[in-house]
Write a protein that binds this ligand. Structure first.
Ligand SMILES: [Zn+2]
Ligand SMILES: [Zn+2]
Length: 370
């Protein structure tokens, strides 16, 4: 009996102590949960500041448009070319963009500014950069009208100037270096963006002439990702330039079937020779590069296996679109590969397109009519 009584007493004591502990821990627990909430908030703020830089290479067909979203929530648009109705505006809306803090119109060609007027009309615009080169097209005039209607500050894009974008993101303009070019493409504003250790270059349609000037200017153009100039045309991406930039990745903006044969075989070869991984909008759709300042990850609209790509490029080189033409160095005529009057091997020069042969001053052969 005595044992049972003392046990009962002990149980009472035990429950009292237990109750005290429960109360104590629940109080401490509250404090802990409050602390952890604060920590979460701090972490969220930190992640906002030290967030990611997102570079969206929008699939706009045979055109260029790139949206850059900074770690602090600022937005930059480089070009607004499109081949489908409102492709750029559609993409920006999908991303929930309200304001474009910076717009760069690399040069006034249609495939880079066709949707620009509508973009300016529909979104809040901070600063607008373009090279000091006017164009006589309706599209260019509409763009200028929209800019003045909205009272947007227009700044000249030229080598040596920088763009105010985000405190954590350095943004330099490295071309155009000069002010007199035969080809409008070489007026292209070339932009270099650095976030932490990651660097991106956006070439617009800048060709070899501009590439040389950039190299001669002595600016550091080493980058992880190169937006290849002029849709992968062989008029851009010279060997010396590719070696200077030495990118790990190359992004090419071009339509699957286009009249120019872009990207040209020589460009793909030059990139492959250097072990540069190629992302083409013609294969991958929208391409998004995400940088945390140390590493870059690529997310794409269409995931394509490497093998499929290889097969595709092989079959492409056999297809009619990328048909080769054989020029005669002596007669300056060019022929279809099955023409009966082909020059001897040593007098041959190969062209990837009729346009290329004509550009180099060769005339079509009268019998095979290439
Ligand atoms: Zn272009
Ligand atoms: Zn162009």
């Amino acid at each position: 009996m005595i044992i049972i009584k003392s046990l009962k007493y002990n149980f009472k004591c035990f429950f009292m102590v237990l109750l005290c502990f429960v109360l104590l821990f629940s109080l401490i627990g509250c404090d802990f949960s409050q602390n952890s909430t604060q920590d979460n908030e701090t972490t969220q703020d930190m992640s906002k500041q030290k967030g990611v830089l997102k570079v969206n290479y929008i699939d706009v067909g045979q055109a260029d448009s790139i949206l850059i979203q900074s770690p602090n929530g600022y937005n930059m648009l480089i070009d607004a070319g499109e081949t489908k109705d409102n492709a750029v505006i559609g993409y920006l809306n999908n991303c929930g963009i309200k304001k474009l803090n910076v717009i760069v119109a690399t040069h006034p060609h249609e495939d880079h500014i066709s949707e620009m007027a509508s973009v300016i009309d529909k979104f809040d615009v901070g600063e607008f950069y373009m090279p000091k080169k006017e164009h006589t097209t309706k599209t260019f005039e509409r763009m200028i009208d929209s800019l003045s209607k909205k009272n947007v500050t227009v700044k000249e894009a030229k080598a040596g100037s920088s763009i105010n974008f985000d405190n954590n993101v350095k943004c330099e303009i490295v071309a155009p270096c000069g002010n007199n070019y035969k080809d409008l493409n070489n007026w292209s504003a070339v932009v270099k963006i650095s976030y932490g250790n990651n660097k991106f270059i956006f070439m617009g349609d800048a060709e070899e002439v501009s590439e040389k000037e950039i190299i001669n200017s002595g600016v550091d153009i080493n980058a992880d990702v190169l937006k290849v100039g002029h849709h992968g045309s062989h008029s851009s991406s010279s060997s010396v330039f590719l070696d200077k930039v030495a990118p790990k990745y190359a992004v090419i903006s071009a339509a699957k079937q286009n009249d120019y044969g872009h990207p040209h075989k020589e460009t793909i070869q030059a990139l492959n020779d250097r072990g540069i991984k190629i992302f083409g909008t013609y294969d991958y759709g929208n391409i998004v590069a995400v940088s945390d300042g140390q590493n870059i990850e690529f997310n794409t609209g269409n995931k394509i296996e490497e093998n499929t790509l290889d097969d595709k490029s092989k079959s492409d080189s056999n297809s009619k679109d990328s048909q080769e033409f054989i020029g005669n160095k002596n007669s300056k005529k060019f022929h279809l590969p099955d023409c009966s009057s082909l020059p001897s091997e040593k007098n041959r020069v190969l062209f990837n397109s009729k346009e290329e042969a004509l550009k180099q001053g060769y005339l079509p052969c009268g019998s095979c009519n290439p």
